[in-house]
Unconditional design. Structure first.
Length: 291
């Protein structure tokens, strides 16, 4: 069902997006992954991987969107409301290098090497596609309450796994500081929101006291206290806005955009190495998968 939905969406994209834009994107992609020829064994899968990369990952800084997000936003009347919601959810895909851990007839449990997160992907004929401890490039989409791969993969031989894990480790180490900072910001945000709620409750109680007090002297004192509480509330609101802004910039700009660029750069570099291996005859793997 997902793959049929993706085919419909990609067909619409191919018609709606000017061909010269797609051609320029293809040139940029092939600079990183190698030029693809029709007689390559993996020609079809690599063309599909290119289309996925272009629609899901070729981020436009000026629009702050991927081509797929722009396409959906600019064509809201092309689909029903249900289809629109499905397509919007599809934009939140997970591109990564995965290692397969547990394979059953219709599911495969995988770990994303970049995040160490585990996913149970529903895949028919899983045993035909995967072997335990395979490392491969893939894209996960959460569709109809389940994770599914798009069906386009780039598997890397076992002899390359040590090299790949070392390269992934370099990226993870570089991004670990940002992820840790984001966790700390979210903890601070949670604390400040609790403080704000408590302060608003105090203000509400004080307003009730003022309403029920007849003494002018008491009212003056209570209003002085109320003024301080309102000032505290405003300070908490300002703090929350600042933290939210910092968290958004960190999560959206550094982790999502810049982080995904680093991840895609490695994934594409490995895909190029894999293409060289596919075309090679007598070259050692260690002579291809290296810096």
């Amino acid at each position: 069902m997902l793959r049929e939905t993706l085919e419909q969406l990609f067909e619409f994209a191919a018609k709606a997006i000017p061909s010269d834009q797609i051609l320029e994107a293809k040139k940029a992609y092939q600079k990183e992954t190698g030029e693809i020829y029709e007689d390559d064994k993996s020609y079809n899968s690599r063309m599909s991987l290119f289309l996925e990369w272009y629609l899901f990952d070729d981020y436009n800084v000026e629009k702050s969107q991927t081509p797929l997000e722009t396409l959906i936003e600019e064509n809201p009347d092309a689909w029903s409301s249900d289809q629109l919601e499905i397509y919007k959810s599809i934009t939140k895909s997970i591109q990564g290098l995965f290692i397969s851990k547990k394979i059953k007839d219709e599911t495969v449990k995988v770990v994303n090497l970049f995040t160490d997160e585990t996913y149970l992907a529903h895949e028919k004929d899983s045993r035909l596609f995967f072997r335990k401890n395979d490392i491969f490039q893939g894209r996960l989409i959460f569709f109809q309450e389940q994770f599914h791969f798009t069906g386009n993969f780039c598997f890397h031989p076992e002899k390359t796994h040590k090299y790949i894990k070392q390269e992934v480790k370099i990226i993870n180490k570089a991004q670990a500081g940002d992820r840790k900072e984001l966790v700390n910001l979210k903890k601070r945000l949670l604390k400040e929101n609790k403080n704000l709620i408590n302060k608003e409750a105090e203000i509400e109680k004080l307003n009730v006291k003022i309403t029920n007090t007849d003494s002018e002297a008491k009212i003056i004192k209570l209003k002085e206290k109320l003024s301080l509480l309102i000032e505290d509330k405003n300070n908490f609101n300002k703090s929350i806005q600042d933290i939210e802004s910092s968290a958004f910039t960190l999560e959206h700009d550094k982790i999502r955009i810049e982080g995904n660029k680093q991840i895609n750069k490695l994934i594409n570099k490995l895909a190029y190495m894999n293409l060289k291996l596919e075309r090679s005859r007598q070259i050692e793997i260690s002579d291809i998968y290296k810096n």
